[in-house]
Write a protein that binds this ligand. Structure first.
Ligand SMILES: C[S@@+](CC[C@H](N)C(=O)[O-])C[C@H]1O[C@@H](n2cnc3c(N)ncnc32)[C@H](O)[C@@H]1O
Ligand SMILES: Nc1nc2[nH]cc(C(=O)O)c2c(=O)[nH]1
Ligand code: SF4
Ligand SMILES: [Mg+2]
Length: 207
């Protein structure tokens, strides 16, 4: 049975939600409630959450319920991730969160139209399905995953498309970290507009 997700954004396929510490990028170290929506067709072969790809196995959940769950925690920030969260209309969910004083952060590939109102946008572009034009100018951070050395050139291409204030991160692909981390270290020292981002939650053994 395939989901019919209403276009008003009131029902969303929810894979999981958990309170943890943002492990990656600019907001690393901050407590946040994670909302992971199911569904993604970008197809990164190294994706660390392939269980999210099929939206149909994740229950349609009312956005009001998600907001009520998020509100229980003292950390007043949520990270909306997936899957690819921009497959869905996030206007209702984010406006409800913000009206309760909760900051809205998103992790996205940018491959779908931007919806929602955001306090922070992390754009992580992919070779497998390019971001739509426009999201670069509103991203607070660009976080490129480095799987091999061709990804440095890919990263520079997107660095030209983001705003001058956008933070620039290179993050090792987890399974290739042993090989690519030394390359990233050298690259950042030679091109210091870039910073390294590590998936610190995986070292801390937290979700
Ligand atoms: C699982 S994705 C979900 C959000 C969205 N689909 C995206 O790709 O930005 C969350 C973040 O994890 C990164 N990521 C996914 N698999 C990874 C891996 N194997 N190693 C390092 N980062 C990874 C993505 O690039 C993205 O920044
Ligand atoms: N702690 C923690 N930080 C994260 N930052 C981005 C994540 C994601 O999967 O989107 C993630 C995640 O899964 N856990
Ligand atoms: S876009 Fe994100 S969720 Fe989709 S396959 Fe790539 S890393 Fe995984
Ligand atoms: Mg993750």
């Amino acid at each position: 049975m395939s989901h019919q997700v209403p276009e008003d954004g009131t029902l969303l396929p929810l894979m999981e939600e958990f309170y943890t510490i943002q492990g990656e990028g600019y907001n690393t170290g901050k407590a946040a409630y994670f909302i992971r929506l199911g569904g993604c067709d970008v197809g990164c072969h190294w994706c660390d959450v392939k269980e999210s790809w099929n939206a149909d196995i994740h229950p349609l959940t009312h956005a009001d319920q998600i907001v009520a769950n998020a509100e229980k925690y003292p950390g007043k920030a949520v990270v909306i991730t997936g899957g690819e969260p921009l497959i869905y209309n996030l206007d209702y969910l984010t406006s409800q969160l913000q009206s309760r004083g909760i900051k809205t952060f998103i992790e996205t590939s940018g491959a779908y139209p931007l919806s929602g109102t955001w306090d922070w946008i992390c754009l992580s572009p992919k070779k497998f399905k390019a971001p739509l034009p426009g999201i670069g100018s509103v991203a607070g951070e660009l976080k490129v995953i480095v799987f091999n050395k061709s990804d440095f050139e890919f990263a520079e291409k997107y660095a030209e498309l983001v705003s001058p204030e956008c933070k620039l991160y290179l993050q090792p692909e987890w399974s290739k970290a042993k090989e690519v981390t030394p390359l990233i270290i050298d690259y950042v020292m030679a091109h210091p507009k870039w910073e390294i981002s590590l998936q610190t939650h995986k070292f801390l053994n937290i979700p």
